[in-house]
Ligand binder design. Structure first.
Ligand code: ADP
Length: 366
C-alpha cells in the first residue's frame, strides 16, 4: 500500500517540538508535504534563531516517516521564513485593480507561459517562444519558475553555476543570445524540491530582483504546470504584462486550460492567447498528417472563450529531440515550418504586448 499525505501528517503529529511542547503538525510547523510513489519530502518551519539547534528534531521527523510502511525515501529540511507581513496580501477574486508590484528595472515586459497540467509542452513552448522573440530582434530573458521541475537549463543547453556579482547579485547564464535563470542552476537535478508556499515565493523574488538581467524587451517566465494556489500566488508576485496558455487539443487538457484562464483573470493579468501544442501528428517517415488528438480543440475553445489563438504546433519528434537535446528547433532548424510557427507566435505575442500599452518605453541615458 502506498503512503499518503495524511499518513505523513499523522506520523508527524507524534513528533514533538521539545522547546515549544506541542507536536509539529498542531504547531503548524509542517510545510509543503510532497508524497510521490513512496518518496516523501517536507519542510519544518522554525524561527530563524532556533534553526541551528533543531537538527535532532529534523532527524526525529525523518525517522518517524521512514518507519511508515511503503516509504522509500524521506527528505525533511528546516526552513526559516521571513515574517509574513513582508508578503503581498492575498488578492480576492474579482478585484479590479492590479496589485501594486514594483516592475523589474530594465525589463520592459514579463510574459508567463502556463498550462493546466504537466506534460503538454509548456517548457518546450516557453523555450521556443523566447528564441522566437530573439529571432525577431528582441532582447530576451527566460526565468524558469518551474521550481519543482526546472527544465530550461536542459532545453536551452545551459549548465554551470551562475556567477556572483559584487557578492550579492547573480549573473544569469546565457545561450543562443538569451539570458536565463533557473532554480536548476542552483540545485542538483536530484535534489528533492520542497520549495512550497513562501519558500517558492522567496526563490522567485530572488530570481526576479537579485539577478542582473540588464535591459530586456521581454522576460519569458516558465510557470510550474497547473492552476492551483501556488501558481496563482506566483502570478501575483510577478508584474506580468500577459500570459500565454499552452494546451493540447484533448478535452481534459482544455478543461484545465480554462481554469488557467480564470486564474489569470482573477489576478488581472491579460491572457494573450492559447497555443495548441501536439495539435496533430506529422509522420516523420511518410509526412502524412493525422489528427490523433482531435486537432483544433484549442482554436475552438479560444474562440468560445473570446481569447486569441496564437498558433499550433504538431506532435513531431523533431520538436521533442531538439528541445530535450538543448537545441530548440527555432535555433537548430530555423528554416523549418515549426520554427516559422514559433516565430509567428512570438510576433503575435510581441504585437499584443505593444498594443496593450506595455511594454513601457525604455529610457536610455546616454
Ligand atoms: P511541460 O513543460 O508542459 O511539462 P515539456 O515542454 O517538458 O512539457 O514537454 C514534455 C515532453 O514532450 C518533452 O519531452 C518535450 O520535448 C515533448 N514535446 C513538447 N512539445 C512537443 C511537440 N510539439 N512534439 C513532440 N514532442 C513534444
Amino acid at each position: 500500500m502506498s503512503v499518503t499525505e495524511s499518513d505523513v501528517l499523522a506520523a508527524l503529529k507524534r513528533v514533538r517540538d521539545p522547546e515549544r511542547g506541542g507536536d509539529l503538525v498542531s504547531l503548524g510547523m509542517v510545510q509543503g508535504v510532497q508524497v510521490r510513489e513512496g518518496h516523501v519530502a517536507f519542510a519544518i518551519e522554525v524561527e530563524r534563531e532556533r534553526g541551528p539547534r533543531l537538527e535532532p528534531l529534523r532527524r526525529a521527523a525523518e525517522k518517524a516517516i521512514e518507519a511508515l510502511p511503503g516509504v522509500l525515501s524521506v527528505s525533511a529540511v528546516l526552513t526559516a521564513e521571513a515574517p509574513p507581513q513582508r508578503q503581498a496580501p492575498p488578492q480576492r477574486p474579482g478585484r479590479a485593480t492590479p496589485p501594486a508590484q514594483p516592475l523589474v528595472p530594465g525589463v520592459r515586459a514579463i510574459v508567463a507561459v502556463a498550462s493546466g497540467k504537466g506534460g503538454v509542452g509548456k517548457s518546450t513552448t516557453a523555450a521556443n517562444l523566447a528564441l522566437g522573440l530573439a529571432a525577431i530582434g528582441r532582447t530576451v530573458g527566460v526565468l524558469d519558475a518551474d521550481i519543482y521541475g526546472p527544465s530550461m537549463p536542459r532545453m536551452l543547453g545551459i549548465s554551470g553555476r551562475p556567477r556572483m556579482i559584487e557578492g550579492k547579485r547573480l549573473a544569469p547564464l546565457e545561450n543562443y543570445g538569451i539570458k536565463c535563470m533557473s532554480m536548476g542552476f542552483l540545485v542538483d537535478e536530484e535534489t528533492p524540491m520542497i520549495w512550497r508556499g513562501p519558500m517558492v515565493m522567496s526563490a522567485l523574488q530572488q530570481m526576479l530582483r537579485d539577478v542582473e538581467w540588464g535591459e530586456l524587451d521581454v522576460m519569458v517566465v516558465d510557470l510550474p504546470p497547473g492552476t492551483g494556489d501556488a501558481q496563482l500566488t506566483m502570478a501575483q508576485q510577478v508584474p506580468l504584462a500577459g500570459a500565454v496558455i499552452v494546451s493540447t487539443p484533448q478535452d481534459i487538457a482544455l478543461l484545465d486550460a480554462r481554469k488557467g484562464l480564470n486564474m489569470f483573470r482573477k489576478v488581472d493579468v491579460p491572457v494573450l492567447g492559447i497555443v495548441e501544442n501536439m495539435s496533430y501528428f506529422l509522420c516523420p517517415h511518410c509526412g502524412q498528417r493525422s489528427d490523433i488528438f482531435s486537432h483544433g480543440g484549442a482554436r475552438r475553445e479560444a474562440e468560445r472563450l473570446g481569447v486569441d489563438f496564437l498558433g499550433e504546433l504538431p506532435l513531431d519528434i523533431a520538436i521533442r529531440e531538439t528541445s530535450d537535446g538543448g537545441r530548440p528547433i527555432v535555433v537548430s532548424d530555423p528554416a523549418s515550418p515549426h520554427a516559422k510557427a514559433y516565430r509567428e507566435i512570438a510576433e503575435r505575442v510581441w504585437t499584443k504586448l505593444a498594443a496593450a500599452g506595455r511594454p513601457a518605453p525604455r529610457i536610455v541615458v546616454q
